[in-house]
Design a protein around this ligand. Sequence first.
Ligand code: UD1
Ligand code: MG
Length: 458
Amino acid sequence: MSEPFTVLVMAAGRGTRMRSALPKVLHPVCGKPMVEWVIDAATDAGAARVVCVTRPGDGVAEGLPSTVTVAEQAEGEGTGAAVLAAREASGAVGTVVILSGDHPLVSADLISALVATHGTEGAAGTILTTDRLDPAGYGRVVRAADGSVERIVETKHTEGLDPAELAIAEINIGTYAFHAPDLFAALDEVGEERGERYLTAVFPRLSEKGRRVAALATDDVSSALGVNSRADLMKADGQAQQGLLEDHALNGVTFLAPSSTRVEARVVIGEDTTVWPGVTLRGDTIVGSGCELGPQATITDSTLRDRVTARHSFITEATVEDGATLGPFAYLRPGAHIGEGAKIGTFVEVKNSNIGANAKVPHLSYIGDADVGEDANIGAGNITANYDGRHKHRTTIGNGVRTGVDTSFVAPVRVGDGAYTGAGSVIAEDVPDGALGMARSRQTNVEGYAQRKEKPAK
Ligand code: UD1
Ligand code: MG
């Protein structure tokens, strides 16, 4: 066990290279904002406390978990200014780990390894480095003869840089462990370069004071990957997606076409579920075991229990019970609750409705604000007229009801258990249990109509 440590996440950069109105660290990687990936890694690594540096009013603080302490960087630019803004919130004692909010895939294991190395080296600061990335744009690590870190050469702007320095392949990942009093004392002495206070400028100060700076080199390119542009974001997202799919696969999920599958970070999937091509699982979606998803399905913030089949379907904020089948071409909207073994078929839209166990809505229907009983069978083309132009009303369809094709239900209306409706009926009044509700005009046949019509007019 290492000493308790505080993690400080720098998340107050302007992120201009993203060319976006959204703060950089809120850009999602597989549906989860970058800064949340970093905070989750810090928590998993056992941080005693997490402090996140944000800009006042940028909206970053609002989305953070309540366990995170927010420190506002109200003034000053650069990573050094960010850390200074968190001096008080960090307590400025013991070991402080600094993470960059734009390294979303930093792993908890690597943070732990950094803290352990920092402890065994007895250094004032320990930095994480790699030589496995294209060093362009990162800070290059200049080592002293004894292997300690002398300084970091920033290479965002390359003009005037020493070619020998530019040839260095080892880069600073922007992940550090510091002895807090040494860090803040050195940072107080750092001035501005190009209008910014660089955190990396503390290293020569520490060396001058005879305080050692150690380095831990890693081959973990995902952890090392920094996001400064949308091109970087694409890379990070691709690597995160690959990792998430591998985790699900190891947990017993089959992906028949991983490259056309999108699974966001918070999604849960049970064993023996098969995911066909073209499936997107978003937000807080939970899928049970033995399900068949796709080909083609977009499922957002929904719960599908076990053995559910969903083909060519679009599902948002819905709950689907065991063994239900959806699609092809089903549309479940918020508040749709599909009972066990029920069937929602082709070109059927369900909103804010309960469909009972083993009920069937097989073809071309709109069921909104309705309660459909168990074992009911809804004929093709049924519509709940739930909206009178001002208010929504409910339709209640009892257990075992059989409705004829093209029935419209003018809500509020109730069809009793075991009742029937005639094809083409507009049901505006309640139908008692076991009755047949018919509401359509009788057919009249005009005999000889065609012959008369064909006679030339005089
Ligand atoms: C920084 C490092 C560089 C390293 C690279 C790794 C410095 C000077 N350079 O460069 O050596 O190789 O990260 O990715 O530190 N931030 C703030 N407040 C600010 C400015 C930035 O909180 O005023 C945050 C950003 O939100 C970001 C992180 O600090 O999460 C790094 O800032 P960024 O501008 O991306 O630094 P880099 O140029 O990438
Ligand atoms: Mg960066």
